[in-house]
Design a protein around this ligand. Structure first.
Ligand code: AMP
Length: 286
C-alpha cells in the first residue's frame, strides 16, 4: 500500500494508471475509519476488480466546517487508519494537507468553489450554510487528483450523496457514483466517527435516532400520515431522551429531495440531533 500526501504526486500516478487502462475505485473520507468506511472500500474493490486500484483519501476538509463546528477537535488517528486500509486491501491512501489542497504557497491563495444551488438548500444546508459548498469543492478537487472511474459514498449522508450525484451529472464528471448502505452498531446507531465524542449516557441515548426512524416506519406502514403530524409526534418522542435535542426531521422524495405533505411507505426521512454537543445525523426509507 502506498501513502501519498502530494496532490501532484497523486495526480501523476492517476494519469499513469489512466494511460495503462487501469480503473480506479475511490472512497473519500475524513479518516478515523470505522466498519462503515471499510464497507465502502469493499464496494469500490467489487467495482474495479483485482486489476483495478482502490484509493482512499483521508482529509479533514476545513471548508466544509462552519466557524463554530468541530474542525479542530475532529477525531484523528492516521496510524490506525493506515492499518485498517492495509488490512482491507487498499492500494493507495491519499493524505493531502491543507497547503496541498487549498493554499498553495501563500495563505489566501484559494478562491474557487463549486456550489450546487438546489438540493443543498434544505436540511443540512440550513443548519450548516457553507457545508455543501465545501463538500462539492473538495470532492471535485479530489476527483481531479484521483481520476476515479467509480467513487463510493455512504447512504448515511443521504443529502450529500444526492448533491454529489447532481454535481457529477451537471458538470459531466466521467465518474460513476455508487451509494452504499449505512452500517450500524448492534443497537442500531449509525456508525460515525463523531460517535467517539459521546460519553456512556449520551451513547445509550443516541440510539433514539434509529428508534425514531423505526417508529416512523411502523406508523406509516399502517396508514399515510401528514408530515406535520408526524413531526410533532416525533418531537414528543424525543422527550424520552433528555440529552438529545432534535435539530430537524424532514420527510421528502428520495430522488428530488422535495418535502412531502403526506408521508407514506417509500418516503425518505432524515433527521439531525444534538446529543450533548455532538451533532448526529441519520436517514432511512420509510
Ligand atoms: P466521513 O469520513 O464521515 O466524511 O465519511 C466518508 C464516507 O463514509 C461518506 O461517504 C459517508 O457517507 C460514509 N459513511 C459514514 N458513515 C457510514 C456508515 N455508518 N455506513 C456506511 N457509510 C458511511
Amino acid at each position: 500500500m502506498r501513502i501519498i500526501s502530494s496532490a501532484v504526486g497523486m495526480q501523476k500516478l492517476a494519469r499513469f494508471w489512466q494511460r495503462q487502462g487501469v480503473r480506479v475505485g475511490f472512497v473519500p473520507t475524513m479518516g478515523y475509519l470505522h466498519a462503515g468506511h471499510l464497507s465502502l472500500v469493499r464496494a469500490a474493490r467489487k467495482h474495479v476488480g483485482k486489476s483495478g486500484r482502490v484509493v482512499v483519501s483521508i482529509y479533514v476538509n476545513p471548508t466544509q466546517f462552519g466557524p463554530a463546528e468541530d474542525l479542530a477537535s475532529y477525531p484523528r488517528d492516521l496510524k490506525r487508519d493506515l492499518q485498517l486500509c492495509r488490512a482491507a486491501g487498499v492500494d493507495v491512501v491519499f493524505t493531502p494537507g491543507d497547503a496541498e489542497m487549498y493554499l498553495g504557497k501563500a495563505e489566501g491563495n484559494y478562491s474557487t468553489y463549486i456550489i450546487e444551488e438546489k438540493l443543498s438548500q434544505s436540511m443540512e444546508g440550513v443548519t450548516r450554510p457553507a457545508h455543501f459548498r465545501g463538500v462539492t469543492t473538495v470532492v471535485a478537487k479530489l476527483f481531479h487528483l484521483v481520476l476515479p472511474a467509480v467513487a463510493v459514498f455512504g447512504q448515511k449522508d443521504f443529502q450529500q450523496a444526492a448533491i454529489i450525484r447532481r454535481m457529477v451529472a451537471d458538470l459531466n464528471f466521467p465518474v460513476k457514483i455508487i451509494v452504499a448502505p449505512t452500517l450500524r452498531e448492534g443497537d442500531g446507531l449509525a456508525m460515525s466517527s463523531r460517535n467517539k465524542y459521546l460519553d456512556a449516557e449520551q451513547r445509550s441515548q443516541a440510539v433514539i435516532l434509529f428508534h425514531a426512524l423505526q417508529a416512523a416506519k411502523a406508523a406509516v406502514a399502517r396508514q399515510s400520515i401528514s408530515a406535520a403530524r408526524l413531526k410533532s409526534d416525533l418531537k414528543e418522542f424525543f422527550t424520552a431522551a433528555p440529552q438529545a435535542r432534535l435539530d430537524y426531521v424532514e420527510f421528502f422524495d428520495p430522488e428530488t429531495l422535495e418535502p412531502v405533505a403526506e408521508v407514506k411507505p417509500g418516503t425518505q426521512m432524515a433527521l439531525a440531533v444534538f446529543v450533548g454537543k455532538t451533532r448526529l445525523i441519520d436517514n432511512g426509507r420509510l
